[in-house]
Design a protein around this ligand. Structure first.
Ligand SMILES: NC(=O)c1ccc[n+]([C@@H]2O[C@H](COP(=O)([O-])OP(=O)(O)OC[C@H]3O[C@@H](n4cnc5c(N)ncnc54)[C@H](O)[C@@H]3O)[C@@H](O)[C@H]2O)c1
Length: 273
């Protein structure tokens, strides 16, 4: 197999796999391990990270587990130091942790707004704060941030904190990309669309126990390709952006959504005349 990430050390935050199957973070970690990187799978849930480790090893890759909470600076710093100890630097950083909290400004509690920003934006800031000095010293590095189409398109759900915090994540990535380009460090955001993960299915099944098939069919039909994306689509995009094949790609927002962001949805009437 082609191993474009051979001899790289990758640190993936939120790399745990759910017991129902790998999500985006786990798939990214597994794919990078398959491509030759020594992967550090960091997650708040060590059992989930161990599932990713097992899957990565079964796929022929190397993967170590780190228990880390991206909300705590000391935990992020320790995770970075642990990954650095292997080969002296962290070549690849993936900021994958994210949370969707429902509600518009009127319904959403202030604590939930803060939580969304802590998990979706501040987490990446902390990881960057501790990884960038290593990458600067090494004169190389690739950062991939896992964002959402929600960062760039309004949507019609009441998800104000998710949209705002993912947009802030994108802006953070862009700024870092410009600031560090001359030091050999690249930073790109991947904006995922509707992804068909086992966890998403499980959550939908709980929320809509009798209408799951219909809901899944609707989600597939919403995508221009007729099918949702899989975590492996996110993984392939992230692995490419982390590789030297993407050496001149920096400071971009790349949609991994089958073209969903181009879709023009007919406006639904909001008010009775
Ligand atoms: N699933 C989708 O359809 C979809 C669509 C668009 C964007 N995204 C984005 O993809 C990313 C991954 O989403 P996913 O649903 O695939 O999840 P995932 O399966 O990648 O799991 C995320 C992991 O993060 C871990 N985690 C949560 N809080 C943490 C913390 N404080 N510290 C460390 N680890 C923590 C969880 O334990 C879990 O293992 C998110 O940023 C999300 O916004 C997902």
């Amino acid at each position: 197999m082609n191993r474009p990430l051979q001899s790289r050390t990758a640190l993936v935050f939120g790399a745990g796999a759910a017991d129902v199957g790998p999500g985006n973070g786990a798939a990214i970690a597994i794919r990078m391990a398959q491509h030759g990187a020594l992967v550090f799978a960091a997650d708040r849930d060590p059992d989930a990270a161990r599932r990713t480790q097992r899957l990565a090893q079964e796929a022929g890759g190397r993967c170590e587990v780190i228990e880390a909470d991206v909300c705590l600076e000391s935990s992020v710093r320790d995770a970075v130091q642990c990954a650095q100890a292997a080969n002296g630097t962290v070549d690849i950083l993936v900021n994958n942790v994210g949370v969707v909290l429902h509600g518009g400004p009127e319904e959403l509690a202030v604590e939930d707004w803060d939580r969304a920003f802590a998990l979706n934006t501040r987490s990446a800031f902390l990881a960057l704060k501790h990884v960038l000095p290593l990458m600067t010293k090494a004169g190389r590095g690739a950062i991939v941030q896992v964002s959402s189409i929600a960062a760039a398109r309004a949507g019609d759900g009441a998800l104000c904190a998710y949209h705002a915090s993912k947009a802030a994540l994108n802006a953070l990535g862009m700024n870092v990309a410009m600031q560090y380009a001359a030091r050999g460090i690249r930073c790109n955001n991947i904006l995922l669309g509707l992804m068909d993960t086992a966890l998403v299915r499980q959550q939908l099944a709980v929320a809509h126990p009798h209408g799951l098939d219909h809901l899944l069919a609707t989600r597939h039909a919403t995508c221009p390709t007729g099918a949702m994306g899989s975590p492996w689509d996110a993984a392939d995009a992230a692995a490419f952006l982390a590789s030297d094949a993407a050496r001149y790609i920096n400071g971009t927002d790349i949609f991994v959504d089958g073209g969903l962001h181009n879709q023009v949805v007919p406006a639904t009437p909001r008010r009775q005349p």
